[in-house]
Design a protein around this ligand. Sequence first.
Ligand code: G6P
Length: 606
Amino acid sequence: MCGIFAYTGKKESLPILLDGLTSLEYRGYDSAGIYMAETGSVKSVGAVENLKLKIKGDEKGKSGIAHLRWATHGEPTEINAHPHHDAKEHIWVVHNGIIENFKELKEFLTKRGRVFLSSTDTEVLAHLISYYLDEKKNFEQAVIAALNDVKGTYGIAVSYKNEPEKIIAARQGAPVVVGIGDGENFIASDPSPILRYTKDVIFLQDGEVIVITPSSHLIYKLDSSQIKRDKETIEWEVEQARKSGYEHFMLKEIMEGPEVIENTIRGRLIVEEGLAKLGGLEMVAEKLRSMKRIIIVGCGTAYYAGLVGEYMIEEYAGIPVEVEVGSEFRYRKPLIDEHTILLAVSQSGETADTLEAIREAKRKGVLTLGIVNTVGSTIARETDAGIYNHAGPEMGVASTKAFVSQLAALSLLTLFLGRQRQMSLSTGKRIAEEIKLLPEKIKQITDKKEEIQKVAQKYSEARDFLYIGRKYNFPIAYEGALKLKEVSYIHAEGYGAGEMKHGPLAMIDEHFPTLAIVPSDSVYEKNVSNIQEIKARKGKVVSVVTEGNKELDDLSDDTIKIPKTLEMLSPILTIVPLQLFAYYFATTKGLNVDRPRNLAKSVTVE
Ligand code: G6P
């Protein structure tokens, strides 16, 4: 998501801050800003280059904070760009994360005469710290007091005009790294902008606050007690640091799965009431109650997410759903009435075919919704309402973390629509409880990545691969095959397991392996029969099964085990081993998985 950076030391900070931002650019962003206590702030929308153009040359100071914003609350505008400040312009804050209770805090502060300039959640932090300074707390105490009032996630750096040498940083759910230099110290979202100055770092833990000056660093907990932590030396190169030490963005993004689901569902589940709270749909909630049909559009991975959504929404909300690729929807005659809505799914929010499908639907007077990852993107702006993924920027061309987050968002939408209709409180609660458990369950899968790597290596000479699944995992067969195609360039085909005997079975022999997605669900027995048909033709089978399943250990050549969850949510788990399988399959062949040939991350042409 956003990137924060701060410096305090003996040198002029401006070039260091700008370099820091350039190093963080790879994280993806839409606006940038810096603040130096002596000369104030400079902000701009777009590239760091735009920010540099706004620098007059007389900005100076031996410390400062800097930020790249990847919008979550409020459009990417200069006013919303960080750093944010209090009324007196004494306290300046850069923030990565989401303040969940910002509305309550804003109300509290507004009642006490504070005036807000931006529509960000971050601005409340600056006002809140300033409020505690006015209450006669010192800088450190004021920051700690404010953080005790905050719910949500943050990696922050705070500067105070009256104590310019001091920077205070804190972490809760968003990374903060502290660089310990010689007469200078740094704060950043990851080590990449720090490594050129020092390899000695401290990784701040959740619930910790650090106060740095050029020559000191003191760590506190939120109860104000002081703690000691030794610095560690990291040997990563800058490129490695950007990937959190992983070899590729694709692997880093698959491994981020648990955190991504946490971010997508944060603040959106009321488990005890079996409800999903989706702020972005509030405005249209009444229209959604009377809506009778949904058309989901998307391209590539987003389209497959839509197919899973079809199963979820039809089964649990009882609303008929059709799913269509954007490039087809716009060229046929869609049969639409006033009770139909169009739901666009898109990571980038810029895919031309999806966008044109939305425009076509709008021309026909249809209400349009979006499940979009990039805030302020064209699709986010042009749809009437929607749900943001909050998955953070995705760098790998082959979509991985965005997919799991799209599925999580669709499960929230299903809960939302279902509870507007017939879904009982107990079903709602069960779904909400299971959604909450997903991050931990994904982690159990990613923890076994070496096991999956061995399986992928074993099959890496295969020139074809068939992927089969049924019901909720039918689209996962498509998506699993797409991942392998995208990154390894071999022929991979997704198929409904029941359709095998209507064609693909003819291709099966000992050189044509199958990846079968067979969790213990309502179609398990049927899938087992299909696997038997493949085995009878000497086909090799890798099965993704639920933990505790012994039957398929015997029947398959290899099995990959995943934790049990609700059938509806099983795709969120089954896709993870398939992503890892594709990753290791391709890297065994030495291919560039982050930038596959002939493909683009965002396709803005027809
Ligand atoms: C491209 C990307 C895919 C992505 C698709 C849709 O083809 O390579 O990974 O699934 O576009 O992109 P969107 O940004 O709309 O989700």
